[in-house]
Ligand binder design. Structure first.
Ligand code: ATP
Length: 372
């Protein structure tokens, strides 16, 4: 983007959904959603295919009607308003630019429709083009642009009207890895400068972790967790979230507690814990430690395969019939089909209810205190 930083800065508005529902015929996509996207924040909506992410965006934008409930943008109830009355701009994965129009006219189009004068149109389009590094391309047609440049035109078209709310539905998924990365960095920068309340749908957890002030994780149209990227990563509210974020995802092991230790299905003790019953024990691949000291508490596991990624390796090991993935630093890889001793640091463990999958906060804090 341009080194000179011209700026549009909007008065951001919060988006509040109260009791929003949506069905298509007999299919309930959103059973009931209550959520607030705070003014000026960048929220990423993440969830498996078909969980209702696009439906949510389209209801905010006004392209789909809500089944029930209210959507309030700023102080205005908008669920019955036309899309153009809502103050939202939306960028889709399949951004359709007008092929016969120049970049300038594509960006200026909505201003023309809105009756903005020619002089003002020129000023605003040039400002947006400078922000997006498109100044040299204003005279070109979309067919004469790269995929990334076209995507920037689509973003330019969305921001030129200075919307209080910007909605992105997988805007980067057509781009190759490098361009995706560059555009992601530009979007973060753009958000800082414009300050619009931004809701961004993606399948890509790296995008979610790096762009979001807050991540909303949806599962079957319901909120699994809505929190900062850090909190989602370090304190997942459920097994669903724990397995959805992180690459490779968190290891989950079936354990049972007798009131003093948790045991794996083969009876070996894995951690001290004061709780009784069946649980799911979670630990991230980077938190499993390979024990070289032969500590009595370490557990023997068999390395099944190894993936070398240059900076680090991922080992997959069998432990009590389950697979545990371990991230090991470059240079300390264990050979395939070898045996390893693994240790599971207590402060890195997560405990979840075996039935509901919900996190049990403080399970180890409380247990260690009891046993001191
Ligand atoms: N117009 C429609 N008519 C009927 N069913 C629909 C319609 N739009 C979406 N659906 C269904 O509603 C559910 C949610 O769709 P939605 O597009 O919101 O999911 P999504 O989370 O965005 O999925 P993806 O990540 O695959 O884009 C899906 O089961 C989908 O098939």
């Amino acid at each position: 983007m341009n080194a000179i930083n011209p700026a549009i800065h909007v008065a951001a508005a919060s988006i509040r959904l109260g009791g929003v529902t949506k069905s298509y015929g007999r299919l309930t996509v959103i059973p009931r959603l209550d959520v607030e996207f705070r003014a000026g924040e960048f929220t990423v909506v993440l969830g498996p295919s078909g969980c209702g992410k696009s439906t949510l965006m389209q209801m905010i934008a006004g392209l789909e009607r809500v089944g029930g409930g209210r959507i309030v943008i700023g102080e205005r109830e908008v669920q019955d308003l036309e899309p153009k009355e809502r103050g939202c701009a939306m960028v889709f994965q399949n951004y359709a630019l007008y092929p016969h129009m120049t970049v300038f006219d594509n960006i200026a189009y909505s201003l023309r429709i809105a009756g903005v004068t020619k002089g003002e149109r020129r000023t605003r389009v040039e400002l947006v083009a400078r922000m997006l590094g498109l100044t040299d391309y204003l005279g070109r047609k979309p067919s004469q642009l790269s995929g990334g440049q076209r995507q920037r035109v689509a973003i330019g078209r969305a921001i030129v009207r200075e919307p209080a709310v910007l909605l992105f539905d997988e805007p980067l998924s057509n781009l190759d890895a490098q361009l995706r990365h560059d555009t992601r960095v530009e979007l973060a920068e753009l958000h800082r400068r414009i300050g619009a309340t931004t809701v961004f749908v993606t399948h890509d957890q790296v995008e979610a972790m790096t762009l979001a002030d807050r991540i909303l994780i949806l599962n079957k149209g319901e909120i699994e967790q809505y929190d900062t990227p850090k909190a989602i990563y370090h304190n997942p509210a459920s097994v669903f979230v724990a397995k959805f974020i992180g690459s490779p995802p968190m290891n989950i092991l079936a354990v049972s507690g007798d009131g003093s230790v948790l045991r794996l299905s083969d009876g070996r003790a894995i951690a001290k814990c004061g709780l009784k019953g069946d649980f799911q024990l979670g630990i991230r691949p980077e938190d499993v430690a390979v024990d070289h000291t032969g500590a009595a508490s370490a557990l023997k596991a068999h390395v099944r395969y190894r993936e070398d990624l240059g900076s680090h390796s991922i080992l997959a090991a069998d432990l009590a019939g389950a697979t545990v993935r371990i991230i090991t630093p470059f240079g300390s890889e264990a050979p395939e089909r070898s045996e390893l001793l693994l240790s599971f640091p207590l402060q890195r463990l997560h405990l979840f209810d075996a039935m509901t999958g919900k996190a049990i906060p403080g399970a180890f804090g409380a247990a260690t205190k009891d046993q001191k």
